[in-house]
Design a protein around this ligand. Structure first.
Ligand code: GCW
Length: 668
């Protein structure tokens, strides 16, 4: 229906009778040779998807000699597939890859392991949903990364940190007996976009999850996820040996602590044989960690890694650390803390780095740490939930941000310097909850979708992802698809303009991070105060990170840093990240910094109005329920874009003593 529950897996009957009949003829049976639970879910998904899309259930084998259909299986599984492979070389597909081909009127789906069949099925269904011609099908797909993981910041009490779509979908109270159908549909949705891991608990962790009764609950979730190729991970609170184990210390070098983690790992694997591993936030924002015992992050991570290694598990150690250093620069801290440890981690430790050096801002330069840990496997962490980008109310197509980051080239004079080349996987902080449509704001679904698709294929352009999602979500009407795509493409630059143009950052109101608060300067820690990040005075604004300032710019590879060094050539979108400049500073387009700031805020407001017009034009093409839902959210966004503009300009104008620039609607 129109309630959004089915996400992009909305397999509605194909309306166009000609297209439907063509697909019916070409896909009249599904000849499946599968054995394991994952292969079985692949076949089940294919059968039900086809039945819904084509209005008739496929047969299990050709009805007549000349009927056409789908053969699906591993290389040796059926004579039809073997026959094809005799004349067509198909490279090694790995554990998750697949090959799709049309062959003498049939469609063949081949994999080396059954998980590949699952991904191939979802690709095939997507192809039909988006009206692809199957007669020339010929593609081999393998995921770019082994690790494609959702991170839920879900607490055991059902609340979700930075969650804007209701409560946690994990009902710990009723597990392990009660298996909500949502768990299954969650796994299907994740698998359909290539996600193969999920961390079901918050990085601000609770050691209770390691208690036997909670492990039994977690095991029940893992059982649901397994047939969809999804591994379960848990967050590990570093002080668990004390809180749960009753030990006097959590010092990672203490023999009893080492033994505690070993036996806890063994206990977990006895229940969850394919357990993924631990995700750890240590010595950050009040979380316990090895530094309390004078040990390094590597010493801490390695003890957990050694406990998991015999079972094949990994430790994902987060690089998001910063302390309250007088005169310090939070931008620098992860780099300063972790680069000396490169090479000191066990093989099964991965370092998870947020895309930017501060914290999921609307636009950040990339974290310098990506290029500085050559001996450590890295995961890139994105927020799918929009903590700093309007949370549950604003429509912002995150694929634009993700693709900008993945494509950022840290080695401009060499091949392969893009961020996507430095990493082994991606983690995305989930935006889902108990809202009927999962994400609260319908367009939030596009961000979950984009994260998954990019974790599989990080070179996909945002435009392709937007178009796909628009078709899958709203159907094939080309006007709708084009308009929704345009709306999504406009939305990200709009948000940056009305919140943080020209490189302003961390100026959201404190705590909840919703709405403007650049004037806030009374918190105990400097680096929590929005004011600290721009330091506006009567004369100037911005954060100097050059050699004359915090020197953070020097953490980047030199050729990459070069573009930011000179304020007259620095890309304007990053200007105030690196420079402190007079309000009168002239930008390349001739405007003063102050004028440009004002005009950017105004542009953001105007862009949201354009988004509203685009959406309004679809009134008779999108069902009433979803049309109203989106219009109402856009109305909030329009009001709040004005709020951002008015509040920020009123404040900066008061500080600088400059009048609101011409061309900007003045605050009331
Ligand atoms: O973005 C900040 C959030 C915290 C979060 C932290 C982190 C889970 O404001 O809520 O804590 O980052 O990533 O650890």
């Amino acid at each position: 229906g129109a309630d959004g529950y089915q996400l992009w897996l909305r397999h509605r009957l194909i309306e166009d009778p000609t297209a439907r009949q063509q697909y019916q003829r070409a896909l009249s049976f599904v000849d499946a040779a599968v054995q394991g639970p994952t292969g079985n879910s692949a076949v089940r998904e294919l059968r039900s998807g086809l039945t819904n899309l084509l209005g008739t259930a496929p047969a299990t084998s050709p009805a007549k000699k000349r009927s056409q259909g789908i053969y699906l299986g591993l290389r040796q599984s059926s004579s039809r597939i073997r026959q094809y492979l005799q004349s067509n070389a198909v490279e090694d597909l790995g554990p998750e890859g697949y090959h799709l081909a049309s062959y003498q009127g049939d469609v063949l789906l081949i994999a080396d392991q059954e998980q590949g069949l699952l991904y191939g099925v979802f690709d095939l269904l997507r192809a039909i949903q988006t009206g692809e011609d199957l007669t020339n099908l010929q593609r081999t797909e393998r995921p770019a990364y082994q690790y494609r993981i959702l991170n839920h910041w879900d607490n055991l009490d059902g609340t979700v940190e930075r969650g804007y779509a209701g409560f946690s979908i994990w009902n710990w109270h009723q597990l392990p007996e009660f298996i909500d159908q949502r768990y299954v549909d969650y796994a299907r949705a994740c698998a359909s976009v290539g996600i193969n891991g999920t961390v079901v608990t918050n990085v601000n962790a609770n050691s209770l999850v390691f208690r036997a009764d909670y492990l039994e609950k977690a095991a029940a979730l893992a059982d649901v996820f397994r047939p969809y190729g999804i591994k379960l991970y848990l967050t590990a609170r570093f002080s668990s040996p004390v809180e749960l184990g009753g030990l006097p210390t959590a010092d990672p070098l203490d023999p009893q602590v080492i033994a505690w983690w070993k036996s806890k790992a063994a206990e977990i694997y006895a229940r969850i044989p394919d357990f993924g591993g631990f995700v750890v936030k240590a010595n950050s924002e009040g979380q316990p960690g090895p530094r309390e015992y004078g040990r390094s992050h590597a010493e801490g991570a390695n003890v957990l890694a050694d406990a998991l290694a015999p079972h094949g598990g990994i430790v994902v150690w987060r690089a998001f650390v910063y302390t309250d250093k007088a005169g310090g620069d939070r931008f620098r801290e992860a780099y300063d803390e972790f680069t000396p440890l490169d090479g000191a981690f066990r093989k099964n430790v991965l370092l998870q780095i947020k895309n930017g050096p501060i914290d999921f801002q609307p636009r950040e330069p990339v974290s310098p740490l990506f290029a500085a840990m050559p001996q450590t496997p890295l995961l890139l962490e994105f927020q799918i939930t929009k903590e700093y980008l309007g949370q549950g109310t604003h429509l912002v197509g995150m694929a634009s941000l993700y693709t900008e980051v993945l494509g950022t080239d840290l080695a401009p004079n060499q091949a392969g310097g893009e961020i996507r080349e430095y990493i082994t996987g991606m983690a995305g902080v989930s935006n889902i909850g108990t809202a009927r449509n999962w994400t609260g704001n319908l367009f939030g679904q596009a961000d979950w979708y984009a994260f998954g698709r990019l974790s599989w294929g990080p070179e996909l352009p945002a435009n392709t992802i937007f178009r796909e999602w628009a078709k899958l979500t709203f159907g094939p009407d080309p006007t709708v698809v084009t308009t929704v795509t345009e709306l999504l493409e406009k939305s990200y630059p709009a948000c940056v303009n009305y919140m943080t143009p020209l490189g302003l950052h961390h100026i959201m109101a404190t705590g909840h991070h919703y709405g403007p608060g650049p004037w806030i300067d009374d918190l105990e820690r400097d680096d929590w105060n929005p004011y600290y990040y721009h330091g506006a005075t009567r004369d100037s604004v911005g954060f100097d990170r050059k050699a004359s300032g915090s020197k953070a710019l020097a953490q980047y590879p030199a050729e990459f840093a070069r573009q930011f060094l000179d304020p007259t050539t620095c890309p304007p979108e990053f200007l105030l990240w690196f420079h402190r400049l007079p309000w009168t500073f002239a930008l390349p387009n001739g405007n003063s910094l102050w004028q440009e700031l004002g005009l950017s805020y105004q542009r953001g407001v105007d862009q949201v109005a354009e988004m509203q017009t685009l959406w309004a034009s679809l009134e008779n093409r999108v069902d009433r329920e979803r049309h109203l839902h989106v219009s109402q959210h856009l109305a909030i966004q329009a009001k709040e874009a004005r709020w951002w503009r008015d509040a920020c300009l009123a404040y900066f104008s008061a500080v600088s003593g400059l009048p609101i620039p011409a061309g900007v609607t003045p605050p009331k």
